[in-house]
Design a protein around this ligand. Structure first.
Ligand code: NDP
Length: 326
């Protein structure tokens, strides 16, 4: 079986590809430049992996040619989406590539993905929980964030939240309106941490969530801590969920909420201090994280399983990889 992965050089996507190749799938990844494609080939060293260059998600028909070149594709995993809060032009750099990108991908698949049976879109907890309003109560896969377009234009965070929410909505609407021959599943992860798929990636710029976690190593006692708290999932579990999303017959038409345990950055600092005392990082706190809401992902866990990598292991693996390679 051949699986297409958009945004193949991404943090999560590389772990997905790693697991796909381990399971003997053939993989075609899309990247934005030849350099990024060649880096993938060099790292994975697998004759089952090839790449297509797709420079812009926002262009209509962006994926037509890649799918025409590969009529053998049966599964399409759309992970590419701007994963940043730092941009000047919220509409054109964040909202539109996410939303139009998703619509373009699905249109191309419907028109040119002759053999596609399963489509998986990487969405987020932010399309489920009302993260910009301070979520409360018990939240499950049925819930939707009600963020508006105007709220989305307020700042980088709201734009990211709106980009994911509207992109996922567009995906479900596409299916509803066009009744394609394939099924849709979304994967909605919480904050994702964990090691990079390849040690060589820990030098230079990394994805947003890895940068935030590793910025703790450089924190001075007087610096403010990153304020985010919430639930975390390890990148390897998130990758596994993408595979269950097309392998499991029960996943069709579902949103898969992927979460391990609660975190805040004090807790993470506590773990780093315990595991790497030699790094002398700022002191954290061993107090249990108390959030004003609870995630109920029991429906998703029936599909993806209920064993998740815990925070301590995930933080350890990430920091260890960083320390060993810098
Ligand atoms: P990365 O930044 O590592 O990956 C993002 C991927 O999307 C890269 O391949 C990137 O390409 C591509 N991309 C971004 N913007 C565009 C664009 N305008 N046109 C084409 N391609 C683009 O982040 P992650 O691996 O963390 O994110 C992958 C997916 O997971 C995203 O959809 C993100 O929203 C979602 N997600 C991530 C979470 C997290 O905590 N990390 C949590 C929940 C969801 P390039 O390298 O060329 O920029």
């Amino acid at each position: 079986t051949t699986v297409f992965v958009s945004g193949a050089n991404g943090f999560i996507a590389q772990h997905i590809i790693k697991q796909l190749l381990e399971k003997n799938y053939k993989v075609i990844g899309s990247v934005r430049s030849q350099q990024k494609g060649e880096d993938l080939i060099k790292n994975f060293k697998s004759s089952n992996l090839s790449y297509e260059i797709i420079e812009s998600l926002s262009k209509e028909g962006a994926f037509d040619k890649a799918l025409e070149n590969h009529p053998e594709v049966e599964v399409f995993l759309h992970t590419a989406s701007p994963a940043t809060f730092a941009t000047e032009d919220l509409k054109n750099d964040l909202l539109l590539p996410a939303i139009d990108g998703t619509k373009n991908v699905l249109k191309s698949i419907k028109a040119h993905g002759k053999n596609v049976k399963k489509v998986v879109v990487t969405s987020s907890i932010v399309s489920i929980a009302k993260v910009t309003r301070g979520p409360t109560g018990t939240i499950n896969e049925k819930e939707w964030n009600d963020i508006t377009w105007d709220e989305g234009l307020q700042n980088g965070l709201t734009a990211y939240v709106a980009s994911k929410t509207f992109a996922e909505k567009a995906a479900w609407e596409f299916v509803e309106t066009n009744k394609p021959s394939w099924t849709l599943t979304t994967v909605n992860p919480v904050f994702v941490f964990g090691p990079q798929a390849f040690d060589s990636s820990v030098k230079g710029g990394m994805n947003l969530t890895s940068e935030i976690l590793l910025s703790l190593l450089r924190l001075k006692p007087e610096d403010p801590l990153p304020e985010t708290d919430g639930y975390f999932a390890d990148v390897r579990d998130v990758a596994r969920a993408h595979i269950a999303a097309f392998e499991s017959p029960d996943a069709a038409g579902q949103r898969l909420l992927v979460n391990s345990e609660e975190f805040n950055f004090r807790k993470i600092l506590d773990i780093i201090n315990k595991k790497f005392p030699q790094l002398n990082v700022v002191k954290g706190s061993s107090e249990k994280v108390k959030l004003p809401y609870v995630l109920d992902s029991s429906a998703s866990r029936k599909i993806i399983g209920d064993k998740f990598i815990d925070l301590e292991t995930s933080v350890y693996d990430c920091v260890k990889q960083y320390v060993d390679n810098n």
